[in-house]
Design a protein around this ligand. Structure first.
Ligand SMILES: [Zn+2]
Length: 372
């Protein structure tokens, strides 16, 4: 991430909300709620919206630039250098740019188990959960900033809010109960179901999850241009990407660009060869190690399992460009076998964070796939 997230173009499905919120700020006697929650699954652009709004709220020229922060005033310059005195971000790793955190973010990414084939998203996911957890001391350290009074707006952004410890959430609760003039708190969460109800009831949720199908389709089409991996993109393919991404446009774009997405048919061929005993799991493991990093292979396998499950339940496959129906005609994996493999994939992810050898993990997964 770079500072560009503060000044990026507004996502098309966020235009109405942007207009409403900014109008409230610019209208005398009106203001924003003191605590706002941007919640919902990844890939809908909620972080993009929050950072853009934060930049605009802090911008000295916002009255003349209602569509987004000016990018050149003192405040915007501070954001670019990661030293804005009126912005606090927890956990620190979530701050889009700062001299310290951007380096540590890059460092964490490069020390995560990254291979050439791994996508950026995978590397980011491998960041230790501990770095995403806000603790009670972090909230306490915010207090002077929140209660200092004085001139001008102050903003706190709490990302991955569901990962706060209980003690941190309780400390935050006190802050939420005593709103301070000119202080705004933004909570961000990919899994708001895990937030404490007491927190949720004290913040106003931003409606960022509603995207018209045609808007999503247009956006993904435009973003991907005319080809993916040198193949021409058809409207059907865009539709499939969006379906696999549960309608989240940014996830659909990541999916199209993931190195494993184009290897779905190959995965099916391998699985069938394993089933029919035409290939040993060791040979399959050796081959796939030349194709994909293990994290990507796990993502690919998870997607394939979900669809195999759908098809074996008699539902339509989410993937129209590969023939799952024929593939499982002669062989229906049991629910138990599918559940066991899904749980093994989870365990493998954890094991990989604890430095288990990639080859070892690959061999084991391939064996399990052969027994599916
Ligand atoms: Zn500005």
């Amino acid at each position: 991430m770079t500072d560009s997230i503060y000044f990026a173009p507004l996502l098309p499905w966020q235009q109405t909300l942007w207009t409403q919120l900014t109008a409230r700020v610019l209208t005398p006697q009106q203001s924003l709620p003191h605590a706002l929650l941007a919640a919902g699954m990844q890939g809908m652009g909620k972080r993009a919206f929050v950072w853009r709004l934060v930049a605009w709220l802090l911008c000295r020229e916002r009255e003349n630039h209602p569509l987004g922060a000016c990018g050149s005033c003192e405040s915007c310059q501070w954001l670019k250098s990661g030293t804005h005195p009126s912005l606090q971000v927890l956990p620190a790793i979530s701050k889009p740019i700062s001299a310290a955190s951007s380096e540590s973010y890059e460092a964490l990414k490069s020390t995560s188990k990254k291979t050439k084939a791994d996508s950026k998203a995978t590397a980011t996911k491998a960041i230790d959960n501990a770095a995403l957890t806000t603790k009670v001391d972090d909230i306490r350290a915010l207090q002077p900033f929140i209660y200092q009074g004085g001139q001008g707006m102050r903003i706190c952004v709490l990302d991955h809010a569901e990962q706060m410890t209980i003690a941190a959430a309780n400390a935050l609760l006190k802050t939420l109960e005593e709103p301070q003039a000119q202080v705004y708190l933004f909570l961000i969460s990919d899994t708001p179901a895990k937030l404490l109800p007491t927190i949720k009831s004290r913040v106003q949720q931003l409606p960022l999850q509603i995207i018209a199908a045609s808007t999503a389709q247009d956006y993904v089409t435009h973003a991907l241009g005319s080809t993916i991996n040198r193949e021409v993109v058809s409207p059907t393919q865009i539709e499939q990407l969006l379906q696999l991404a549960n309608g989240a446009p940014l996830t659909a774009i990541d999916l199209a660009q993931a190195s494993w997405y184009s290897k779905r048919a190959l995965w099916l061929t391998t699985w069938q060869a394993l089933q029919q005993g035409k290939r040993s799991s060791v040979a399959a493991s050796d081959y796939w190690q030349t194709q994909l990093g293990i994290s990507d292979f796990i993502q690919l396998t998870e997607m394939m399992l979900l669809d195999i499950q759908r098809v074996s339940l008699g539902l339509a496959s989410n993937q129209q460009d590969i023939d799952l129906v024929t593939a499982i005609q002669n062989y229906q994996p049991s629910d138990n076998a599918l559940a066991a493999l899904a749980s093994n994939l989870q365990q493998t992810k954890i094991a990989l964070q604890q430095n288990v050898q990639e080859k070892f993990a690959y061999d084991k997964l391939m064996q399990q796939l052969a027994q599916l």
